[in-house]
Design a protein around this ligand. Structure first.
Ligand code: CO
Length: 166
């Protein structure tokens, strides 16, 4: 296991535009493996390379089956519908906001060997695709919402049950 340090809001790495990956080499594979370990340790459902201080267009998303999807140079190519729900970020620990995202998202990306593929998912995983890909352009979900106060969060959780970090 190699756990990398997760950068928190205020760290300049989280505000920069990441560069495309051009070499699908052992170094990239190490980064992806470390990101998966770091995500598992942190207990989230998604992590982007800039969150561990690497300004490259790489992110991982854990889908609802528990499978890790590795996205290199990802692009959203289709969205449908809308969902509104609670969203958090491992770089903004302990905080949550209510964000509206597409209900369905289709992504085109490369895998760790450089092969292009497409993946489509809904609900939490679709939300996560949007959230992680935004990290690659230096954006945080907090740009889309107000951070809930503890009271607002408690009330929201009482009324709804889904909660996650990414
Ligand atoms: Co995040």
């Amino acid at each position: 296991m190699a756990i990398r340090t997760i950068r928190e809001k205020g760290d300049p790495c989280l505000e920069k535009v990441s560069r495309p990956v051009t070499e699908f080499n052992a170094r990239l594979h190490q980064l992806l493996d470390d990101m998966a370990d770091t995500l598992a340790e942190a207990g989230g459902v998604g992590l982007a390379a800039p969150q561990v201080g690497i300004l490259r267009r790489v992110c991982i998303v854990e889908d609802e089956q528990g499978e890790i999807i590795e996205l290199i140079n990802p692009e959203i190519i289709k969205t449908e519908g809308e969902q509104t729900g609670l969203e958090g970020c491992l770089s903004v620990p302990g905080k949550y906001g209510i964000v509206t995202r597409p209900m369905l998202v289709r992504v085109r990306a490369q895998d760790r060997f450089g092969t292009t593929f497409e993946v489509e998912d809904e609900e939490l995983t679709a939300r996560c695709f949007c959230h992680e890909i935004e990290h690659l352009d230096g954006h945080l979900y907090t740009e889309h919402c107000n951070i809930l106060t503890d009271d607002e969060l408690e009330q929201y959780i009482r009324e709804n049950e889904k909660e996650f970090d990414e």
